[in-house]
Structure formats: structure tokens, C-alpha cells
Write a protein that binds this ligand. Sequence first.
Ligand code: GLU
Length: 297
Amino acid sequence: MPISRPEQPVFRFAPSPNGFLHLGHALSAIINHDIAADSGGRFLLRIEDIDRTRCRPEFEAAILDDLAWLELEWEEPVRRQSDHLDLYASALEHLKAMRLVYPSAMTRGEIRAAVAASEAKGSAWPRDPDGTPLYPGRERGFRPDDQAAILASGRPYAWRLDMEEAVKRAGGSLSWQEKGFRGSGEYSQIADPAAWGDVVLSRSDAPSSYHLSVVVDDAVQGVTHIVRGRDLYHATSVHRLLQRLLELPEPVYHHHRLILGPDGRKLSKSNRDTGIAAFRAAGHGPADIRAMVLGEQ
Ligand code: GLU
């Protein structure tokens, strides 16, 4: 793997192969690629295929094919998260040793029931920035033998971050530098990881979560600039917390606007009309896609 010069910026595009690329992905990939090229930086591609139930090799092949068709060039080898599970496992072990994670076993139904019971008494249950109710934290503070019983029960479980303790341990002033497009309009954003509650870092059926693997990989790959869609803006709070706890370097961030579908909603991988493949099939070229996604920037 080429070694970066210390001052050389490193960018990455990190799609999950759980569907086909759409215009929003094209925007992310093109911005990362172009800023890297303009700044003498490196452009890396990472396949985020931790979720084995949703990721498929044919999606990965289609992603590589669409990116090549868009005339983007990236460094080889492409990093595949499923090749590095041991690395995420050791980051989790580190957090276990710090006593910042706990095994949790409430099912979705149990969480729903706990939230409904509490809301029936009149107080709104806190929700994360995506609108999901925070985990009730039933097993937070369990003693080691009760934790061992969860792990030995044969039932599905998840390792969750004890958010309150983690925020305390991280110390004060957690923030990130948010850059504007092409460096203009930079500001410092205070991170608020507590808004997410006790996030999942690994599950019995998926060895690492997005949050854990993304911070480990960005550090291992020396990524200095994280450019991705605004849908991940608030997740950056969790990433900054994990970076602090795991003593990983702090990248700068740019969260670009999202491309919305005709219905005004965020594009989804299942929406065939805005898939890159549909534009290719309709006879558009890579320059047309560039104009479509960059035009309104
Ligand atoms: N794999 C994530 C996705 O496809 C993107 C992760 C990131 O850019 O941090 O949504």
C-alpha cells in the first residue's frame, strides 16, 4: 500500500454493497475523487460489507463497474471490511477492558413494550437523531456473572457502549471540524454522542457495527478528510467519541447535501429510476452524471 506523505490528504469513498449505486453515491464518489485529485491527495475505495445478511458480491461487482464507468480512479487494493474482522474485534476488546461496553439482550419487541409502557405514563421516550427510541439500558451495570449468563444463553445479544460512562471517560470538549464544499465556510461542531444512547458496537450475528469499523478503518487507512452525505452528519458525534476513546487521529469532515428523489425523499438503493445503471441504460454518459450531481452544488 503506498505510504502517504505526512501532509498529503487522504480521501475515501466507502459504499456498502447492499444495493446498486444511485446519484447520491455518484456525488460522494465524484467529490472525494475530484478533491483528492485537485489537492494532490489519495483517493481510496473501501467496501463496507460487515452486514453479511444484506451485502452481496454481485452488488460489489456492480459498484466497481459503475465507478469505473464514471471514470473514477482509485488506489488498489480495495479494502474490504469483511477481511478485517479481527481488527474490529480487538477494538471491541479494548473497550471491554475499559469497561465501557456491556452485553445487552432485549429483543425489538421488548424494547417497544418498555418504551410504550413508559410513554403510557405520560413522558415521551428519548429518540436518537434518526428517530429510533434509545435503548432502555436494562443490562447496563450488570455484574460479570450476569453478563456471562447473557453470553452463554444462546439467545442473540449485542455489545453496546455505556454512553454515559463513555462520554465521562472521553473528557470534555468533543467536537469536529466541518468544512464547506472545497474548503469554504469551515466551522467547529460540538459533538453530542449522548443523543444516540447506548449504541450497538457488535452483535452475536454481526461481529462489528458500522460505527466501530468505520472509525478503525479510517484510522488504519490514514484517512484525513471524510466526505460523505449529510445523512451521516449526526453519526459523526459517535465517531468522534470512539476516536477519542480508542486514541485514533481526528479527521476533518465535509457532509455534502443529499440528492432527493422526485418525491422529495432521500434516494434509496431500491429506487431503480435514480440508479446509475438506469442512466447508463438510457444512453447517458459519465459527463451527464457529473453535470446532474454537481450542477446544483
Ligand atoms: N458505508 C456507508 C454507506 O454506504 C458510508 C460510510 C461513510 O462514508 O462513513 O452509507
